[in-house]
Design a protein around this ligand. Sequence first.
Ligand code: IMP
Ligand code: MG
Length: 180
Amino acid sequence: MPNAGELRVLYTREAISGRVAELGRQITADYQGRSLCVVGILKGATIFLADLVRSISLPLTLDFMAVSSYGHATSSTGVVRILKDLDTHIAGHHVLIVEDIVDSGLTLRYLLNLLAARGPASLRTCVFLDKPARREVEVPLDYVGFAIPDVFVVGYGLDYAEDYRHLPYLAVIDGEKSRG
Ligand code: IMP
Ligand code: MG
């Protein structure tokens, strides 16, 4: 286990749950009369997605993709690999991609291009966190939980070397050193 430094709470469990419920209400209102195909990006989005879909009151299906843009450290390689593709066809469906965090934007950019080519009726993005300072490519974000500064965060699905995903709050790792 790498020495990741001290954890400092950025958003409490209560703050997160309030914001996620708001996003759910907004999505419910925006998609009234339609059904939604929610595509979660493994593994980081799982906790956010589980809470989010339970505050959406629409007919809804779930599917997952796994991609890898980072190794086990915290610096971007810029390489996006598909580790698991969707099980279902999305042509003609209203697709909402749910991602944990947008950093460089490379992962989401790649996924948007890939899924757009499959002919969905609509394609939108919902991200728990936006780190705009680190953006390298432009990506449209339709729903954002919180915008955060350029710090490395863990918890609520986000990991450092696969640990900390299970924390019910979002924390900053102070003194985290492996940043490129
Ligand atoms: P992007 O392709 O640079 O936008 O990277 C997105 C991915 O990088 C996310 O899905 C996360 O897995 C990872 N990532 C970026 N910033 C953080 C962070 O602060 N904490 C944990 N993971 C992060
Ligand atoms: Mg990760």
